[in-house]
Write a protein that binds this ligand. Structure first.
Ligand SMILES: C[S@@+](CC[C@H](N)C(=O)[O-])C[C@H]1O[C@@H](n2cnc3c(N)ncnc32)[C@H](O)[C@@H]1O
Length: 441
């Protein structure tokens, strides 16, 4: 056992402490989950590496005044959330600090303005979640266990919407009666804006036949009429082992077999979107309007580019303010929604961003470029291509501060300055953080 003082939280959910390493002759970092800044804990060292160690707190000797009883009964065991032991305001504060430090360390950015934070309901916010299914020794549905790829059965998820929780209970009831087909390995729930309608995506073994699931799906829809449609995608792991991670890209590439509706209508204050099964859509039902507003407010002109546009979540508000919007998206599912959602002055382009910027986009002189890449960020090539564009304003929407900061280094070297930084807490109770940076030059 060692006694550790927690300095701060770091990206990924762990706390950071330091301990003396006799071999190194100096102190080294120790990472441990479920702690709070300022606390003193007694911990077991679980893993020693040359430069750091991983530990687990066994006893909190001096608790933080911001500790709370976790609202979810599965917290500490479930891999989904990392921060439920911390009062909500402290979670947001910790995320702002992590964002500021990452930008400063990697991109050498010293912010001129404080980070503006946007937070809403800390529970019941998720309109989309994905769970694993096991049929051995009996039916179970849930998330991965903390730090593992084995299944933790979960009968409720307090961060998910009420409708998702009701349908989850319906699946448990059907599963207990052995009425969930054994081919089903993963389930994604997606609920609409007022939590009244829901799409289910079922991921099945790649050798299974989607049509064979029809009787089960009809029974589920009969019992739960809020299920507007069910899409079945092939591609989850083929064997029966519980701890195998599904190859999501393969599942996403499957065209899908549909029962009932293929998409939901999702309304925001200003627009309405078609969101199809398999397509990306933002996950926090309470912060969508504020986020669209923050990304697009105050900008206008002849041309805006919306890169990584998904189904056009930002393209539509941009189209109200710009004469023309070009929305670039690589995925077929999202592209189909984008084409349906697009207003008259939105041109939908199906392409990877880099290919677009090297080809059709090369000669363009937009007034604004909005980028909202997946976790991998823009990458070096795309960051350089944007840096070389003739554009005065870029808005970077990011879900990963590490890749954001790496890309920001390139953008700052290309002459951009950070005008505003916003932190959107789209994922309360977890370490995930979304940010919006307005850049000018
Ligand atoms: C974080 S989502 C953002 C979507 C959209 N801006 C929104 O708010 O709904 C990222 C999107 O980028 C798309 N994507 C991933 N890699 C891409 C690439 N290389 N080029 C273009 N789009 C890509 C994904 O399919 C996904 O729709």
């Amino acid at each position: 056992m060692v006694e550790l003082k927690i300095e701060k939280l770091i990206y990924g959910g762990d706390g950071l402490a330091r301990m003396h390493d006799a071999k190194l002759g100096r102190s080294k970092a120790v990472f441990l989950p479920f702690v709070a800044p300022g606390e003193t804990v007694e911990a077991i060292i679980r893993e020693q590496k040359p430069g750091f160690a991983r530990a687990q707190a066994e006893k909190v000797l001096q608790p933080s005044e911001f500790r709370q009883t976790p609202p979810c009964p599965y917290f500490f065991k479930c891999g989904g959330c990392q921060y439920q032991h911390l009062q909500y305001a402290e979670q947001v504060k910790a995320k702002a600090q992590i964002l500021e430090e990452t930008l400063s360390r990697t991109a050498k950015l010293k912010l001129e303005q404080p980070i503006q934070t946007h937070a809403a309901e800390p529970l019941g916010y998720r309109n989309r979640t994905r769970m694993r299914v096991s049929h051995v020794p009996q039916f179970a549905i849930g998330y991965y266990r903390f730090g593992s790829h084995s299944l933790l059965p979960v009968e409720q998820c307090p961060i998910s919407s009420p409708l998702i929780n009701r349908v989850l209970q319906g699946l448990w009831a059907a599963g207990r009666e052995e009425r969930i087909a054994r081919e089903v390995r993963e389930v994604q729930f997606f609920a609409n804006h007022d939590d009244s309608r829901l799409l289910l995506e079922l991921y099945i073994d790649h050798h299974a036949e989607p049509d064979a699931l029809q009787p089960m799906i009809e029974t589920l829809r009969g019992k739960m009429p809020e299920i507007a449609g069910v899409a079945v995608f092939r591609g989850a792991p083929a064997d029966d082992s519980e701890d195998q991670r599904a190859p999501l890209t393969r599942a996403k590439a499957s065209p899908g077999v549909f029962f009932g509706e293929r998409s939901l209508r999702y309304k925001t204050k200003r627009h309405e979107y078609q969101v199809s099964a398999g397509a990306f859509f933002q996950t926090n039902r309470f912060l969508l309007d504020e986020m669209a507003e923050t990304v697009t407010r105050g900008h206008s002109g002849k041309l805006a580019l919306d890169l990584y546009s998904g189904g056009g979540f930002f393209s539509l508000p941009l189209a109200d303010q710009f004469e023309k919007v070009i929305a670039v998206e690589a995925s077929g599912h999202s592209q189909a929604d984008l084409k349906t959602n697009a207003l008259r002055n939105v041109k939908a382009v199906r392409s990877g961003t880099e290919e677009f910027l090297r080809g059709e986009g090369r000669q363009l002189r937009p007034d604004l470029v909005v980028v909202d890449p997946p976790r991998a960020g823009l990458g070096e090539k795309t960051s350089h291509l944007i840096g070389r564009m003739s554009v005065g304003r870029v808005t970077y929407v990011s879900c990963d501060p590490a890749t954001l900061s790496r890309d920001m280094k390139v953008l700052v070297e290309s002459g951009f300055r950070v005008e505003e930084v916003h932190l959107f807490d789209l994922f309360p109770q977890t370490y995930h953080l979304e940010s919006v940076l307005h850049l000018v030059r």
